[in-house]
Design a protein around this ligand. Sequence first.
Ligand code: 2IT
Length: 445
Amino acid sequence: MNIDKVMASLEAKHPGESEYLQAVKEVLLSIADIYNQHPEFEKAKIIERLVEPDRISTFRVTWVDDKGEVQTNLGYRVQFNNAIGPYKGGIRFHASVTLSILKFLGFEQTFKNALTTLPMGGAKGGSDFSPRGKSDAEIMRFCQAFMLELWRQIGPNTDVPAGDIGVGGREIGYMYGMYKKLTREVTGTLTGKGLEYGGSLIRPEATGFGGLYFVKEMLQTKGMDIKGKTIAISGFGNVAWGAALKATELGGKVVTLSGPDGYVYDPEGISGKKIEYMLELRASGNDVVAPYAEEFPSATFIPGKRPWEVKCDIALPCATQNELNGEDAQRLIDNGVACVGEISNMGCTPEAIDAFIAHKIMYGPGKAVNAGGVATSGLEMSQNAMHLSWNAEEVDKRLHDIMHDIHAQCVKYGTEADGYINYMKGANVAGFMKVAHAMMEQGIV
Ligand code: 2IT
């Protein structure tokens, strides 16, 4: 494989899609060696087929706001690859959403879902609709309008969407209500549903919990433990919430949270009712973290900055893509960080990842560390298909086993000659090999 050639061709075809090109390049660099040992992959043009989504739908979403004004947003579904199962992946509602972002997310999702060991292909969808400051009625009308188009593309054995940034239980409920009305079928076509209508226990917590189970495994390879460690978390949404809950339960001290407005530093630790307060903060719909420091005087709000300047043992990006850059990485390294677990998708820039790996810092990429969310969506699909529900212990145990298995795959494919585990390489190679083999066995389609 000639990476430069593949990238040049993609750049020419998809100019300006920086996030998508970034995600593809990372994977190609990781898998080049193993790919070149498999001439059958080259012959079947696996790479050329894998880097393009199977199909993309873009659609107009028109709805009426509370003032009676007509609003139009863009809607998308990127069905990336279904070699190993139905398309599966979240829906993101955020003003920043572009096709490039959804393509990068769908591409990453394909490998992440392969790592979970469950039969799920990769997809992603969303809209440039911003939930910030919208009323509940506006959110409902938007979700219904979005589903009026999306329902044609999805189904329990075709494509199963879930939540992502800006899409939580409430939005899934509104979309599911409309989906059911249109299809006249009660099937598990969305995951992240409410418990009363087919949702799974532990799904809300799963991304954060799974992230911490993975970090625990990473630390164990060096005889270390989460207990007593100082932890910097970014974000304050669903993922940050689950991560803070489990980190605290495992004896870590979480000292930061962040939002688009800056970060809060709470040296006394963010636990108990402070973690519950995150839910309130999110429900306010304002997308700011500053009120935390008014509520809890032990905390300071630092406007316009990211939490990576705080001294910590473990850094957990839980907000969005490219939220930790090369400079942030250098500061964390200078401050003695031991482990970086990316719980957001592509949270670190390539420069940050290079810096961590050059300094032999434990660095876990999002597609491995945050796979617990979609894995538990897979468990929700299993429960729906069987028309029964597992208790929390059962789901949590399965989640634990899956994260253990993903860690083992990273160790298998990512351990270097000096013993350093390159989790980025391990995750990319393990995910790729599974998808590539599935594609080979199914012929040229
Ligand atoms: O990035 C992700 O893995 C998710 N947003 C969850 C996707 C899912 O289908 O549960």
